[in-house]
Design a protein around this ligand. Structure first.
Ligand code: LLP
Length: 423
């Protein structure tokens, strides 16, 4: 790339030409750069344990990668437990390799947790009884809702009384009584106030944790700061000061250790922070059209592939890989949309569904348009809407692309469906 090539004209991803990736794997395809994930893991090493919230990206190749770098895993469903096991996580160990954190046990996940001996982090008082009946004398952790929350969108705020998440902070006595009834030990506390929040709000959690944890000091061996770390999506977004964040939690942990008289493990539970920046959704431009005063680039990826813009008005950086290898293109103010038969299938929109435009290089049919910072809550929230197959996923390691998931086929789409015999 020439020195003066604008950053939104991209020729390679993790050292591999975009054109080669598209030729080999087709489009739309999610491409993940393993080195970026490893880099983000290193940032969080001051914490005693990093527990990856796999809901952000649960491809087993990604789970295997983070496991090899010493990262533990969180699971919210029987399916996520199955993925963790398939990626080589052991069910039991100290610290717990897999923790089931949810607000309910569906019957399948309760059976699986009991069968595999997994640790559970209860987000509702009812879970304590349901678990205690099956595993009397066991040990659990509690997810506490501290009474406040914050996220990048109201839809990702998981604290306060409008949230369904966690155990309300003033119900701990009730929880202690429920646990005691079944002989359960409460070995840890966890708070997660929202996703994509900021340091100011995250810091308030330390005080809330300390207040609640003092009540449990006699049995506590773990506290978890939850996830929620923001990731830089916009050009001027800075990176969060992990050092300062750790200091706050470390000081909280040390005060609790003084009360408890024993070491307390400090966990963090990031999803987005580890994987968002590693991910690129590679699409092909299939139409460029004018609607009144607006130019639209229509690509072959839609909200079936990346739902964050339609759900939250989320901003993702974008770049163009010109098919002709051009290193300069005129600038165009364009809206970017997908193939779905739905007006909201637009990647450039504000919360509320208002279509906006983006200053981008001119795009031509056959160019590739890359939606960046898409490694978290991208593929994982994909759907088969409009009977679109789920995209392929590729993990690049040391310049070598590995097909981590093949694109779905028509057979995959109709698997399990059947037509009744009517005559
Ligand atoms: N721990 C718990 C209990 C969670 O519920 C979540 C996210 C995390 C950790 C990880 O949060 P993170 O570090 O990724 O912020 N679909 C939304 C995000 C929903 C997050 C749900 N829970 C989005 O695309 O922004």
């Amino acid at each position: 790339m020439k020195a003066n090539t604008p950053p939104d004209l991209r020729t390679t991803i993790a050292g591999v030409p975009v054109r080669d990736l598209a030729d080999q794997f087709g489009t739309p395809t999610y491409v993940y750069d393993a080195a970026t994930i490893v880099e983000r893991i290193k940032d969080l090493k001051p914490f005693d344990a990093i527990r990856y919230a796999q809901k952000a990206n649960s491809n087993i190749a990604v789970l295997d990668l983070v496991r090899r770098h010493g990262v533990l895993v969180d699971a919210v469903s029987a399916g996520e437990i199955g993925r963790a096991l398939a990626a080589g996580y052991k069910p039991e160990g100290e610290p717990h390799p897999i923790v089931y954190t949810a607000d309910i046990f569906d019957r399948e996940s309760l059976d699986l947790v009991v069968e595999k001996g997994l640790h559970v982090n209860c987000g509702s008082p009812d879970m304590i009884d349901q678990y205690g009946e099956r595993v009397p004398g066991g040990s659990i952790t509690l997810r506490i809702n501290p009474g406040f929350g914050h996220g990048h969108s109201q839809k990702t705020n998981t604290g306060g009384e409008s949230s369904k998440h966690g155990i309300w902070h003033d119900q701990v006595d009730d929880c202690i009584a429920r646990a005691a009834k079944h002989g359960l030990k409460i070995s840890g506390l966890h708070m997660h106030i929202g996703s994509g929040t900021d340091l100011e709000h995250l810091s308030q959690v330390c005080g809330a944790m300390e207040r609640t944890a003092r009540v449990f000091a006699s049995t506590l061996d773990t506290i978890s700061a939850g996830g929620g770390l923001p990731t830089p999506y916009r050009p001027n977004d800075g990176r969060v000061d992990i050092g300062a964040y750790f200091q706050l939690w470390d000081a909280t942990r040390k005060r609790l250790e003084a009360v408890a008289g024993r070491p307390i493990r400090l966990e963090i539970e990031p999803g987005r922070y580890l994987v968002a920046e590693s991910g690129y959704l590679v699409s092909e431009v299939r139409a460029v059209k004018r609607m009144g005063g607006n130019t639209f680039y229509l690509v072959d990826a839609g909200f079936n592939n990346l739902a964050r813009p339609i759900l939250y008005g989320a901003y993702h950086p974008m770049s163009i890989a010109p098919a002709d290898g051009a290193t300069d293109r005129p600038r165009v103010s364009a809206a970017v949309g997908g193939p779905l038969c739905e007006s909201g299938d637009i990647f450039t929109q504000d919360e509320g569904g208002y279509v906006c435009t983006r200053d981008l290089p001119e795009a031509k049919v056959g160019d590739h348009l890359i939606i960046e910072c898409a490694g978290a809550y991208g593929f994982a929230m994909g759907s088969n809407y409009n009977s679109k197959p789920l995209a392929a996923e590729v993990l690049i390691h040391d310049g070598k692309p590995h097909l981590a998931r093949r694109r779905q086929t028509l057979e995959d789409l109709i698997r399990g469906e059947s037509i009744p015999k009517l005559d």
